[in-house]
Structures are given as structure tokens and as C-alpha cells.
Design a protein around this ligand. Structure first.
Ligand SMILES: Cc1cc2nc3c(=O)[nH]c(=O)nc-3n(C[C@H](O)[C@H](O)[C@H](O)COP(=O)(O)O)c2cc1C
Length: 158
């Protein structure tokens, strides 16, 4: 395997914890995707049809601005572990912002998520439709207590 990076979005720490374990287990470079405007608790209220997250996910083609990422490290990588929380069973819009701004075509991308209970399959189905040049692998939902052994099994599929 060539170089690998872990790119992740995490607003309340769950996905970050898993991303850190993936980096520690695989040796991949850890890189956060940071929205320029961080999400507040009110922004993340999925029960409020007027919250920022609700509008972003139900408002068509929204691309919230993100902080610049290390494009050189990403372009050198052959494997990308791409992590995010599930929002309405799909990837939050800042993931689309990232995928629109860096070229992952031809790279092996292993999507992973944390969630309350939803499976990752619908999120990956949409990512495959929207970004067909990426070599998407099947996704994996992890819980915070995922073990190094489970990560090893999963990452060895890259
Ligand atoms: C706006 C919003 C929508 C969510 N939608 C779902 C969902 O559809 N299914 C689910 O299982 N969990 C859902 N969740 C729960 C998150 O996926 C879960 O808390 C996740 O671990 C948060 O990750 P983070 O701490 O890295 O931000 C949602 C959370 C938020 C804030």
C-alpha cells in the first residue's frame, strides 16, 4: 500500500475518536475537515426544521465552506479513510465541499461513519453516484469502542 490519510469531519467528537484510532492503527496521516463556521448545538438540532443542519441537508446543492486542507498530502496518498457522522443517513454537506475541492479520482477511498443507529450504506450509495471517479470501497460504521483488531481487518481491505 502507498501512503494513506485519514480525512474526517466530526462535530461532537465521536468520529474524531474513531479517526484517531484508525490513524494510530494504520499509520495514516490524520487530517480534520473543519467547517469555516463551526456547528453549534443549535445548528446540530435535527429535530428543528429550521436548524442549519436541517437546511443544509434539505436545501439542494449546499456546499458549506471548509478550512483549507493539505492538498499535497492528499494527492500523494493512494488510500483515503474518509470519516463522517451520519446526518439523515447520509454524509454531511462539508464532505461534498471537500470532494468538490480535492481530486480523489482513482484513489482507494474507504468511507467510515459514526451514527446513532443508521447504517452507512445509503451514504455510500449517494457518494458513488455523486463522485463516480473515486474508487469507493464498501463503507463501515464504527462505534467509539472499536478495537485496533477490527480496524486492522477493515483497513487491510484497501
Ligand atoms: C443533524 C444530525 C442528524 C443526524 N442524523 C442521524 C441519522 O439519520 N441516523 C443516525 O443514526 N444518527 C444520526 N445522527 C447522530 C450522529 O450521526 C451521531 O451522533 C454521530 O456519532 C456524531 O458524530 P460526531 O460526534 O463525530 O459529530 C444525527 C446527528 C445530527 C447532529
Amino acid at each position: 500500500m502507498g501512503q494513506a490519510v485519514v480525512l474526517y469531519l466530526s462535530n461532537t467528537g465521536h468520529t474524531q475518536g474513531v479517526a484517531e484510532k484508525i490513524a494510530a492503527t494504520t499509520g495514516a496521516k490524520l487530517m480534520a475537515i473543519k467547517p469555516q463556521q463551526a456547528y453549534t448545538a443549535a445548528d446540530l438540532n435535527w429535530q428543528d426544521n429550521d436548524s442549519r443542519s436541517y437546511h443544509e441537508m434539505h436545501g439542494g446543492r449546499v456546499r458549506p465552506a471548509i478550512e483549507p486542507v493539505d492538498g499535497a498530502a492528499i494527492s500523494q496518498a493512494t488510500t483515503v479513510y474518509l470519516g463522517f457522522p451520519l446526518w439523515w443517513a447520509t454524509a454531511p454537506r462539508p464532505i461534498d465541499t471537500l470532494l468538490d475541492s480535492v481530486d480523489l479520482s482513482g484513489k482507494t477511498v474507504l468511507p467510515f461513519c459514526t451514527s446513532g443507529s443508521s447504517a452507512i450504506d445509503e451514504a455510500v450509495r449517494q457518494l458513488r453516484v455523486d463522485y463516480p471517479a473515486v474508487n469507493w470501497q464498501d463503507g463501515q460504521r464504527f462505534t467509539s469502542n472499536v478495537t485496533a483488531e477490527e480496524i486492522q481487518d477493515w483497513s487491510s481491505k484497501a
